[in-house]
Write a protein that binds this ligand. Structure first.
Ligand code: CP
Length: 339
């Protein structure tokens, strides 16, 4: 794996499998009475958030704490950024304090790449503008893997505001790397100009696409990023592209519903669909975010090199064995004393 996680496109199939396998083993920590491993003891992780977040910030904090790292939570509000301090000076200040990893969310697309040029610390992109959100894609793939045996040929529809969605970009990159068949469904006004080059099929007709999918992922309508009238009204959008009970019935019986959150209930997803215990895995996505971010921090900051399955996509079993060995080795070292 690269030193930083900036884009889902930087991850090979072997890298993705390694993160998911490591996360699966670390997930057991959450089931224990004492939910901690000493793996990142003495390491410092800074959550540098210039945009609001609930799930990503809290799960990174929990993930780092469960691996015994020290955690600093920085938000632009209440910091010297409010007095005009630049991202570069903020980064240099954090580096001078000795942070080992910076998890950054920023409204400007590309900000994590600039940060990685300025600091020696590991940089993790926790969402940059309308560009990418690679750890969301990893936790989404982890959640899909809990329900389906393989990504090869898995049919995933990503529905809604693709134009403004960093979740869509990162998911398309990670899912196509793993061999899934992705269909983007949106009105033409909410699709990027060069979407033809994404390696996904494009459709404007949700009802035609739905019955063929294994996974239907709804995207949040990002009203705060929309500066033009992309559709006549929210009501019309919900009628054409919202997942309601009628459309849920049209899906294959095994198909699951996902949403990265936060949701606009009644717009892209009806409340009863979001809360469907049988079909919705939205709560699992949140839970899995902790394990996946633990796995990622472990691999980027503290874990020994985990041998991948020959550099190719490989089978989950091979990667899982490697991840298992690495986590077991970390546990053994932890029991053996300070390290
Ligand atoms: N999915 C996601 O990124 O949610 P938050 O904005 O709450 O972190």
């Amino acid at each position: 794996m690269n030193k930083h996680l900036l884009s889902a496109g930087d991850l090979s199939a072997a890298d993705i499998t390694r993160v998911l396998d490591t996360a699966a083993h670390l997930a057991h920590v959450t089931d224990r009475a004492i939910k901690k491993l000493p793996t990142l003891r003495g390491r410092t992780v800074c959550n540098l958030f210039f945009e609001d977040s609930t799930r990503t910030r809290i799960s990174f904090e929990l993930a780092a704490k469960r691996l015994s790292a020290d955690v600093i939570n920085f938000s632009a509000r209440g910091s010297s950024v409010a007095k005009g301090e630049s991202l570069k000076d903020t980064a240099i200040t954090l580096e001078a304090m000795g942070v080992d990893a910076i998890v950054i969310r920023h409204g400007a697309s590309g900000a994590p790449w600039r940060l990685a040029e300025w600091v020696d610390a590991v940089v993790v992109n926790a969402g940059d503008g309308t560009h990418e959100h690679p750890t969301q894609a990893l936790l989404d793939l982890y959640t899909m893997r809990q329900r389906f045996p393989s990504f090869d040929g898995l049919r995933v529809a990503i529905v809604g505001d693709v134009l403004h969605s960093r979740v869509a970009r990162s998911n398309v990159l990670a899912l196509t790397t793993m061999g899934a068949e992705v269909t983007l469904v949106a009105p033409p006004t909410l699709l990027p100009a060069r979407v033809d080059g994404w390696g996904a099929t494009v459709s404007y007709d949700l009802d035609a696409v739905l019955p063929k999918q294994d996974v239907v992922m709804l995207l949040r309508m990002q009203l705060e990023r929309q500066r033009a009238g992309f559709f006549p009204s929210l009501r019309e959008y919900a009628r054409l592209y919202g997942l309601d009970a009628r459309r849920l019935d049209a899906m294959a019986p095994h198909a699951i519903v996902m949403h990265p959150g936060p949701m606009n209930r009644g717009v892209e997803i009806a409340a009863d669909v979001a809360d469907s215990i049988e079909r919705s895995v939205i709560a699992s996505q949140v839970t899995n975010g902790i394990s996946v971010r633990m796995g990622l921090l472990y691999l980027l900051l503290g874990g020994p090199a985990v041998a991948g399955p020959g550099g190719a996509a490989g089978s989950g079993a091979t990667g899982q064995d490697a991840g298992s060995a690495a986590v077991a080795a970390a546990g053994a070292r932890a029991r053996g004393g300070p390290w």
